[in-house]
Design a protein around this ligand. Structure first.
Ligand code: KG4
Ligand code: ZN
Length: 358
């Protein structure tokens, strides 16, 4: 069965065709990132306008690349939340219009669950149940996954998301946006033990907090650095950053990774599982992957990451998860709308078998 996936939750416009929930035939991603960079973060209005302009071409290209015909598509799955409201509505309206005009079933999906499913596109079977960590620009959450329609939230960030902390620290250091890849690059040449940062404690040990460490970096920069890297010629790569900046990047990154590992492995222990699935933009970080593998191995927990290109927002993960839930009988009706409500992270709420429209 061919599934068309559509993803527009943040700055990307993506469309993909996935066969039988596993085989990626196409995965087109168009990003409006360069239009946001001068503002140091995503501007929702710019994101949704670009999505409106590109979604038809991106979808057309995904269908052509996969060598399938629209009439052969058995399902359209689309991200319905959480995400930026205007951006989500572009994808949802587009998916609904194809669904209605061609009579193809429709399914709205949770973005965070799609990030978890990305690990299943690696061609390997991951046995259920497992603990899942989603680390992205908007979310940092731990889940217990018994199946993709039985997902329980174990903990989440109480303030900034992990990716957001990378982005803000990069800004403090005078670097470009998004901060994650730049910090990772600088950290390679820095000493991760040079500065002692820490992540704040949380009442629920499986929750996260990253705003404290971001502020600690800010105070450190103000107090101990004479000339951060504000005059950097190339803000986007961090070229010419001094040793101190590299040490700050490495120490910050190491502390954040340590917190993610500690809490994820604790969740595995509490839920008595030795499988841990990780997804979301920050999981593209090589140091994070390396440290997770090493720490988990010591306690015989097996860690699964998606391929790096599937860590960031993409529609293949949406198409894959759509297939899995469709086979279980899930459908959306044409009243599907963007769901920004936190409750959406606790489970897919519609369960209407064989009832596609209304
Ligand atoms: O999952 P994603 O593409 O979008 C959301 O759903 O939010 O994640 C984007 C986030 C950004 O905050 C970005 O800085 C971070 O992922 N990121 C990274 C890396 N690549 C992207 N963070 C750390 N290291 C990286 N290599
Ligand atoms: Zn995402």
């Amino acid at each position: 069965m061919y599934v068309l996936g559509i993803e527009t939750s943040c700055d990307e416009t993506s469309a993909a065709i996935v066969k039988d929930g596993r085989e990626i035939l196409s995965n087109e991603v168009s990003s409006s990132l360069k239009f946001h960079q001068r503002y140091g973060g995503i501007v929702p209005e710019i994101a949704s306008r670009m999505q409106l302009e590109t979604i038809t071409a991106v979808t057309d290209s995904a269908i052509k690349e996969a060598w399938v015909k629209l009439k052969d598509i058995g399902l359209i799955s689309v991200t319905s939340g959480p995400g930026l409201l205007g951006s989500l509505l572009v994808g949802i309206s587009f998916a609904k219009s194809i669904s209605l005009s061609l009579g193809i079933p429709l399914l709205g999906l949770n973005h965070l669950y799609s990030h978890i499913y990305a690990g299943f596109l690696n061609g390997i079977d991951i046995q259920l149940p497992f603990v899942a960590l989603v680390v992205s620009g908007g979310h940092t959450s731990l889940f217990y996954v018994e199946d993709f329609d039985q997902i329980k939230l174990l903990g989440s960030t109480q303030d900034d998301a992990c990716g957001e902390a990378f982005d803000k620290v990069a800004k403090i250091l005078g670097l470009g946006y998004p901060g994650g890849p730049i910090i990772e690059q600088l950290a390679r040449k820095g000493n991760p033990r040079k500065i002692k940062f820490s992540c704040s404690n949380t009442k629920n040990p499986l929750d996260f907090s990253f705003s404290g460490i971001k502020t600690a970096v800010l105070y450190y920069v103000r107090r101990f650095t004479s000339s951060p890297v504000r005059q950097l010629k190339n803000r986007q790569t961090g070229k010419q950053a001094n040793r101190q900046t590299k040490d700050i990047a490495a120490s910050f990154q190491e502390t954040v990774i340590e917190a993610l590992i500690k809490k994820s492995l604790l969740a595995c222990k509490i839920k008595k599982t030795n499988r841990l699935v990780i997804g979301g933009g920050v999981s593209a970080n090589s140091k994070l992957r390396e440290n997770f593998y090493a720490s988990a191995k010591k306690i015989k927990v097996k860690v699964y990451f998606p391929p790096k290109e599937l860590c960031l927002d993409n529609a293949a993960m949406v198409a894959g998860l759509g297939h899995r839930l469709f086979k279980k009988g899930y459908r959306s009706n044409l009243d599907l709308s963007a769901d920004l409500n936190e409750a959406i992270t606790y489970g897919i709420r519609r369960r209407r078998r064989h009832k596609l429209f209304g």
